[in-house]
Design a protein around this ligand. Structure first.
Ligand SMILES: NC(=O)c1ccc[n+]([C@@H]2O[C@H](COP(=O)([O-])OP(=O)(O)OC[C@H]3O[C@@H](n4cnc5c(N)ncnc54)[C@H](OP(=O)(O)O)[C@@H]3O)[C@@H](O)[C@H]2O)c1
Length: 436
């Protein structure tokens, strides 16, 4: 029986979970797959910290060449995270003839074309299920089970930290800062949660989803992005009054003129499946032209769900499934027809505007005038006394769908109005062209 040797680089949170599965379930995996998958080496900068797992003698190393130069290792798992040296390491693994498994969305969103090209040139594969939505098998579903469909849209909650914070604000009435603290105390948010709350993490995952599902070649930096750091407790309350919930949605929607990609806190009807996704869960709704809407939900991060996806990739690579899918999906292949991206100013969607204004006659007429001049029509309006000042009022305006460009310019003009006391808060309503 031929053994398939595996090397693991990065023995942190996810690396520990991966080692637990590959060492603890070795026999079970053999019985199920008929393959002897052997974790032979684990490389980390720190090989002294006890990770709470029994390891075979000599498996740990801080010398990467014990993996790259080991002819018995044919699959290497990259779990160090970040851009460098992860990029250089992955290129080295491919150069050494290894197939790669990674959970590193930042690496793929920044260097996907280069890495996939290198893999193709060497006849090797890169598997990356864990890079989007942790334990949810979303990439393999798109790449295999939904192949018969033209995907029309994706609406997804891909950042568990943001979803946890919004859920806390919704259920406990916590303000944003308190909810972030709770997330940090429970280990859902890092000490510096900026990449989660400013939408960077979500937009990087959307870049990977959009490439896989639509062939879209998008730089994550160009995709319009708003994080949940713009959402306050009052927005959550107003959304509730309107029968809606706020979720950080990553959306991709195919239109006649191109693909609309966007990440934004979005008001969605409380009856929508995505509105019911709470705490640190992730969820993805995909609409295919034949299958219609399909919905996936699960834990998008953490040691166990993420290690589950990583190890499934290892097994798929070992049994030869990855080679088939990798060849077929042609991630970032130069000759893959790319769906053009809609310029962000042309993305159409409804908006929620929260303005704090001086309570005086003529205010509403002036606001309506500005919106009207930009062809933005008002769907509904709410007014409440602003908590901070008794002579001010809080105005909530929901607009009918309008182009981002027009909305942006109108909000700039609203912010210059003399009676406007604070910067207008703008969130998305619904997802472009879908029924969420
Ligand atoms: N955590 C999650 O829930 C989650 C979910 C989905 C995807 N992911 C992805 O999975 C990957 C790993 O995440 P993680 O949470 O396990 O990170 P982590 O806990 O920080 O683990 C990374 C490990 O790699 C080590 N390392 C860093 N640079 C190295 C180098 N040059 N050589 C050898 N070892 C090195 C680190 O050592 P030091 O600590 O000494 O630097 C650390 O032990 C990331 O790409 C992340 O985005 C994570």
């Amino acid at each position: 029986m031929q053994k398939i040797g595996v090397g693991l680089v990065g023995f942190g949170t996810i690396g520990t979970g991966v080692a637990r599965i590959l060492l603890g379930k070795r026999e079970e995996i053999f019985r199920r797959t008929g393959q002897r998958i052997e974790l032979l080496k684990i490389c980390d900068k720190d090989i002294t910290t006890d990770r709470g797992i029994d390891l075979p003698e000599g498996i740990l190393t801080d010398n990467l060449s014990e993996i790259t130069d080991n002819p018995e290792i044919s699959i290497v798992i990259e779990l160090i995270g970040g851009l460098e040296p992860a990029r250089t390491f992955v290129l080295k693994f491919l150069e050494a003839g290894k197939n790669v498994v990674t959970a590193n969305k930042a690496l793929l969103a920044n260097h996907g074309p280069e890495l996939f090209d290198a893999a193709r040139r060497r006849g090797r594969t890169i598997a990356f299920e864990a890079s989007v939505c942790g334990g949810i098998p979303i990439l393999s579903s798109i790449a295999t089970s939904l192949q018969a469909n033209r995907i029309e849209s994706i609406n997804a909650i891909v950042n568990g930290t943001s979803n946890f914070i919004l859920s806390r604000m919704e259920s406990d009435g916590a303000d944003y800062a308190d909810a972030v603290c709770q997330a940090q105390n429970l280990g859902y948010a890092e000490a510096n949660p900026s990449m989660d709350v400013d939408g960077t993490d979500a937009v990087q995952k959307l870049t990977i989803l959009a490439q896989l599902a639509f062939g879209a070649v998008a730089s994550w930096k160009e995709i319009p992005r708003t994080g949940i750091d713009s959402v306050s407790a009052v927005d959550i309350e107003f959304a509730k009054k309107l029968g809606k919930r706020i979720r950080l949605l990553a959306t991709a929607s195919r239109g006649e003129n191109g693909l609309a990609l966007k990440v934004s806190p979005t008001l969605i009807p409380e009856s929508a499946p995505l509105a019911k996704v709470r705490d640190a869960f992730n969820a993805v709704e995909i609409i295919g032209d034949f299958v219609g809407p399909v919905f996936y939900q699960g834990l998008g991060a953490g040691e166990r769900p993420t290690a589950s996806a990583v190890c499934s990739d290892v097994i798929d690579t070992a049994v030869g499934r990855t080679a088939l899918t990798f060849g077929a999906v042609r991630m970032w292949a130069a000759d893959r027809p790319a769906l053009p991206l809609l310029p962000s100013s042309e993305i159409v969607g409804g908006a929620y505007l929260r303005m704090t204004v001086r309570d005086q006659p003529g205010v509403v007429a002036e606001i309506a005038g500005i919106l009207g001049r930009h062809n933005i029509s008002i769907a509904s309006m709410l007014q409440a006394e602003a908590a901070e000042q008794s002579d001010s009022a809080c105005l909530i305006i929901l607009t009918h769908p309008a182009p981002e460009g027009a909305l942006g310019t109108a909000v700039e003009e609203l912010d210059c109005l003399e009676f406007n006391l604070a910067k207008t808060v703008r969130l998305a309503v619904g997802a472009p062209d879908t029924a969420v």
